[in-house]
Design a protein around this ligand. Structure first.
Ligand SMILES: [Fe+2]
Ligand SMILES: [Fe+2]
Length: 367
């Protein structure tokens, strides 16, 4: 790939590179049993599903301004943003367009940084996980993640031209996941939590950006990969926590990790960096992001894949249930987990939300 970067990403305060110290055991498997059939089948699916980011149509125009203008024209000349999202300050149509462009760029930037996290964390799984089948699949995932970084980076820098550095909460989750020496905790942080959330978020982006063909194409391809990655986590961990192999203290540490990650992930989507960039009153807008019904429902829905997967691996324990009940996400416990269905449709609740926000049309929830 011969590539000249346009509109580079802003460098975060920590600088261009960030080191995370970790001491871990690298494990060789001399048995090569290759008997974990679910993992071997997933590995075959992964190899067969490989695609090339350079095959996407990068020549097509992407203009969020035009897209929003079209949506506005379809809904009688005025966007429903002020009426439906009830912002603390009424925004002009130009401000609404600029805000939407930046929200979109911010969300996709965090996806990009999450993809780099997945690249690094899964490379660590190749080294630390004991069995060869899981090493095979993790290696296949690492190649997927490089492509995901490539596609999102290119979309942000060439097509949107607006991007954001990693936000504090996602940075903390990635650090915690990559600095932990226990292989199962790497899976919990990445495949179960970060990728479980991404899978739900990608489903929502697809619905919200139905009129932008390039991001549809990118997201459809990446979602198919992510569905396998999340299943990889569930399959790898499904027998670990339910057969008494871990002590009560070790189980408690996993619960603490999950609960801490959940709080960080809930708070990572408040978009403080966008309000800062605009010079808006950050406290006022953060309060809006926490309380406005669409944003609150959106953040809850992001957990719709994580909760059934935690149930499946035996980590929806009384302590985790209690924490989840308090933040309103335990209601997803009966959704299908990733071993029952790789790619599930978005919950009905989300489809209803989108329909309400766009006055019955499917495509314009944020404007
Ligand atoms: Fe990915
Ligand atoms: Fe992934």
């Amino acid at each position: 790939m011969n590539y000249v970067q346009k509109n580079p990403l802003p460098i975060p305060e920590m600088g261009t590179h960030h080191s995370v110290p970790v001491q871990m055991d690298t494990i060789f498997d001399w048995e090569y049993a290759l008997k974990a059939q679910q993992l071997m089948a997933l590995y075959e699916k992964g190899k067969a599903g490989t695609w090339n980011a350079t095959d996407l149509n990068w020549d097509q125009e992407v203009s969020i301004e035009k897209l929003l203008a079209n949506r506005r024209a379809m809904s009688g000349g005025q966007s429903p943003f002020n009426r439906l999202l009830n912002p603390p300050v009424e925004l002009s149509e130009d401000q609404i367009t600029e805000f939407n462009l930046n929200m979109n760029a911010w969300m996709l930037s965090q996806f990009l940084h999450g993809e780099q996290g997945a690249l690094v964390a899964t490379a660590k799984i190749v080294q630390t996980v004991p069995n060869e089948e899981a090493k095979f699949y993790a290696a296949n995932q690492v190649a997927d993640e490089a492509r995901h970084v490539e596609a999102y980076h290119r979309y942000l820098t060439e097509k949107l031209g607006v991007s954001y550095p990693v936000n504090t909460e996602l940075g903390k989750i990635l650090d915690a996941t990559c600095s932990d020496s226990r292989w199962d905790v790497t899976y919990l942080g990445m495949q179960i939590m970060v990728e479980g959330l991404a899978l739900a978020a990608f489903g929502m982006i697809k619905l919200m950006m139905m009129d932008e063909p390039l991001i549809q194409d990118i997201t459809t391809r990446i979602m198919q990969d992510e569905a396998r990655h999340v299943a990889f986590g569930v399959i790898s961990l499904q027998d670990l926590y339910t057969h008494g192999a871990l002590t009560p203290q070790e189980m408690r540490e996993r619960e603490d990790f999950i609960i801490e990650c959940t709080y960080l992930m809930r708070d990572r989507l408040l978009m403080g960096q966008v309000y800062q960039r605009f010079g808006w009153d950050e406290d006022l807008w953060l309060k809006w992001a926490v309380t406005t019904p669409f944003m609150a429902a959106f953040r809850q829905l992001l957990f719709s894949k994580i909760v059934p997967n935690l149930r499946r691996i035996g980590l929806l324990t009384p302590r985790v249930r209690d924490a989840y009940e308090k933040i309103g996400i335990l209601k997803y416990e009966h959704e299908k987990d990733s071993t029952e269905e790789l790619l599930s449709a978005p919950p009905k609740e989300f489809l209803e939300l989108i329909a309400n926000m766009s006055g019955g049309q499917q495509a314009a929830p944020l404007q």
